[in-house]
Design a protein around this ligand. Structure first.
Ligand SMILES: CC(C)(COP(=O)(O)OP(=O)(O)OC[C@H]1O[C@@H](n2cnc3c(N)ncnc32)[C@H](O)[C@@H]1OP(=O)(O)O)[C@@H](O)C(=O)NCCC(=O)NCCS
Length: 188
C-alpha cells in the first residue's frame, strides 16, 4: 500500500473518486453523534441509539489512544478511520479493533450517514482497512458480523472478499421478531 506512512502519521490520503480517508480526530465526534441520531442508521446497530455520553465514553479513549500513537509513530491497537467527501465533510467511518488476548485477530465494523449510502464509500474503505490489517498490522484473520436483514452491511463484506462463515439462529430480538446473526470472515 502506498500512502501508508501518511495514514499512520494522521494525514488524509485519497480513498477513491473525490473521497479521502484519515484516522479519527476529536473534531469528528459531533458528526458521528449526529449520524447515530438517525434511526435508519441505528436500525441494525446493537450499541445504538444511546445517550451522547455513551458514544463519548466509547470513542474518546480511542481518539486519545490514536492521537498518542500518531505522535509516537506507531499504530494504535484499535483504529477508527474517517472518510471525508470533497467538501471535507464526514462521509462514513470504519473501525478495526484487535480481538482481546489474540494476536493477529481483528474485527471490522462500519457506519455511514444516509447521504453517503450506495456510493461505494464503505466498500472502498473496508477494502483499504482490510488490506492495511493484513499487510501492515500482522493480521491473519478479520471477522465481522451483522443482522441477517442488513443487506448493505453484508454486501460491503462480500464485495471486499469476505465469506459468510456462520449463522446464529434467532440471535437478535427486534420489533419485527427474532433475527439471525451472520458471521463473516476473511483469512490472510
Ligand atoms: C451498511 C452501510 C455501512 C453500507 O455503506 P455504503 O457506503 O452504502 O455501502 P456501499 O455503497 O459500499 O454499498 C455496498 C453494497 O451494499 C448495497 N447497499 C448499500 N446500502 C444498502 C441498503 N440500505 N440496503 C440494501 N443494499 C444496500 C449497495 O447497493 C452495494 O451493493 P451493490 O454494489 O451490489 O449494488 C450503510 O448502509 C450504513 O451505515 N448502515 C447503517 C449502519 C450499519 O448498519 N452498519 C453496519 C453494522 S454491521
Amino acid at each position: 500500500m502506498h500512502n501508508i506512512k501518511q495514514l499512520k502519521a494522521g494525514q488524509t490520503i485519497p480513498l477513491f473518486s473525490d473521497y479521502q480517508i484519515r484516522l479519527i480526530q476529536a473534531q469528528d465526534l459531533d458528526a458521528i453523534k449526529l449520524m447515530l441520531d438517525d434511526p435508519k442508521v441505528t436500525e441494525y446497530l446493537f450499541f445504538a441509539p444511546a445517550p451522547a455520553e455513551v458514544y463519548e465514553g466509547y470513542f474518546n479513549p480511542m481518539i486519545d489512544e490514536i492521537s498518542t500513537a500518531i505522535k509516537a509513530g506507531v499504530w494504535a491497537d484499535n483504529l477508527v478511520f474517517i472518510v471525508l467527501d470533497k467538501e471535507n465533510q464526514f462521509a462514513g467511518m470504519v473501525g478495526l479493533t484487535q480481538v482481546a488476548m489474540l494476536a493477529g485477530n481483528y474485527e471490522i465494523g462500519y457506519q455511514a450517514p444516509q447521504k453517503s449510502w450506495g456510493k461505494g464509500i464503505t466498500t472502498h474503505a473496508c477494502q483499504l482497512v482490510s488490506q492495511l490489517a493484513f499487510e501492515t498490522l500482522g493480521a491473519h484473520k478479520i471477522t465481522a458480523d451483522c443482522y441477517a436483514s442488513n443487506e448493505g452491511s453484508y454486501r460491503v463484506l462480500l464485495k471486499s472478499g469476505y465469506a459468510q462463515e456462520g449463522l446464529s439462529k434467532h440471535y437478535y430480538k427486534t420489533e419485527q421478531g427474532l433475527e439471525d446473526r451472520l458471521y463473516f470472515g476473511l483469512s490472510k
